[in-house]
Design a protein around this ligand. Structure first.
Ligand SMILES: [Ca+2]
Ligand SMILES: [Ca+2]
Length: 163
């Protein structure tokens, strides 16, 4: 069953606000993420903690707290500004049924990300697909859990799907 995405996605204006973005996207469960997103992406402990969110033994998840889906980056190799999208329980499952999808024109916050994304990293078991046009049409990156460079899809993403 398709879930609606929490659209109060944490859109940060500078890299140094990544700590606050993750605190927001995790419902306050991770408040000490590195200041720079690129540092966090290279940190196995950060990876482990983020992936643990949304597991069925996570009490906060079962109460309906936010679970991070993915962090989307302005530049390649997890650089520049970022936005971390999140959703309430349940998060992505090993069965990879389509969880949720979003057009990047649905809100002022997400609208500024249209045709800007150059790399991304997902959390938990989430597989993500990025599409060239709105409504999940056109060329796509295909499903994966991270990409440091979008190649021919660079700066083209207009809609995103998670499973
Ligand atoms: Ca870009
Ligand atoms: Ca586009």
């Amino acid at each position: 069953m398709m879930r609606s995405l929490t659209l109060s996605a944490a859109v940060v204006s500078t890299v140094t606000a990544f700590t606050e973005a993750i605190a927001d996207a995790t419902g306050g469960r991770i408040t000490d993420a590195p200041r720079e997103a690129a540092t966090a992406m290279a940190d196995p402990e950060f990876d482990r903690r983020m992936n643990a969110l949304g597991q069925t033994n996570d009490q906060a998840t079962m109460r309906g707290s936010w679970v991070p889906l993915s962090t989307e980056f302005e530049h390649g190799n997890y650089g520049g500004n970022s936005t971390t999208l999140h959703i309430s329980y349940p998060a992505c499952t090993p069965e990879h049924d389509v969880l949720t999808r979003v057009n990047l024109d649905v809100s002022e916050n997400l609208g500024q990300w249209n045709d800007k994304i150059s790399s991304f990293r997902s959390y938990g078991d989430c597989q993500v697909n990025h599409y060239e046009h709105f409504d999940f049409r056109g060329d796509s990156t295909d499903w994966s859990n991270s990409s440091g460079w979008f190649g021919s899809m660079n700066d083209k993403t207009s809609s995103i799907e998670w499973q």
